[in-house]
Design a protein around this ligand. Structure first.
Ligand SMILES: [Zn+2]
Length: 234
């Protein structure tokens, strides 16, 4: 009985005060939040600055007109970034999105190449069914964090996902592009006319999702698209 009670108290404590680092699972000490000090220092920042050409820009060359693209972190199959994003997407740790958005947003506001240029931040949407299942869009809090630091609005309902097909991993890039073409739509293209938009997602791998979303955004006249993500697969 006592063991049971102590387990319950432990669980409650873990929910209220997460004690393990999301990067390496080490016990967090007082003052550390979500990531331990070691992980904060070791996390692989891209240091892409929305000025110099970078590997994220190159993903979109010849595919869609993007003014500038960048990612906050380098993604790899093991390690801090994978663990953070896994917890954000599949373990109900929505606060990781806000944490990354605030961190990246403050860096972007500091380097100044994006500040005063963006009118609206637009997160890549989930299909309503997936949103209900997960309970939140894992990109929302990140997008809001960026918008806050760039002193602009986050528009969550202007770009919507209208169909939900499985990723056809066996098909080539071109095949997927045709298949997913009409999956995203604008609810109100006029709001975005002539605006500078920062389109935001979690991880950029092939760039296919961003490409389709940017295609949809391009239906607004005079729109300029910037792209940012939490991480990019190098
Ligand atoms: Zn750690």
């Amino acid at each position: 009985m006592l063991t049971k009670l102590s387990n319950i108290l432990n669980d409650i404590n873990t929910v209220l005060l997460p004690l393990a680092c999301f990067g390496c699972n080490a016990r967090l000490t007082r003052g550390e939040q979500l990531l331990c000090t070691v992980c904060r220092h070791e996390i692989p920042l891209t240091e892409y600055d929305f000025k110099e050409e970078n590997s994220v820009d190159r993903i979109f060359y010849g595919r869609i007109k993007v003014q500038k693209a960048a990612s906050f972190l380098f993604y790899s199959d093991v390690g801090i970034v994978k663990n953070l994003i896994h917890h954000l997407k599949y373990k109900k740790q929505e606060q990781i999105g806000a944490f990354l958005g605030t961190w990246y947003g403050s860096l972007l506001a500091e380097n100044n190449h994006l500040k005063n240029r963006i009118d609206h931040v637009v997160p890549v949407p989930l299909h309503p069914r997936k949103l209900r299942k997960r309970g939140y869009n894992q990109v929302s809090a990140f997008a809001k964090g960026l918008a806050q630091h760039l002193e602009c609005n986050c528009l969550e309902n202007v770009l919507i996902k209208t169909a939900n097909t499985r990723t056809q991993t066996k098909k080539n890039r071109l095949g997927r592009w045709f298949e997913d073409r009409s999956l995203y739509e604008l609810t109100d293209p006029e709001i975005l006319e002539g605006k500078n938009i920062l389109l935001v997602d979690d991880v950029i791998t092939t760039g296919a999702t961003m490409e389709i979303c940017a295609q949809a955004l391009s239906k607004s006249k005079g729109i300029t698209i910037y792209i940012a993500s939490m991480a990019v697969v190098p």
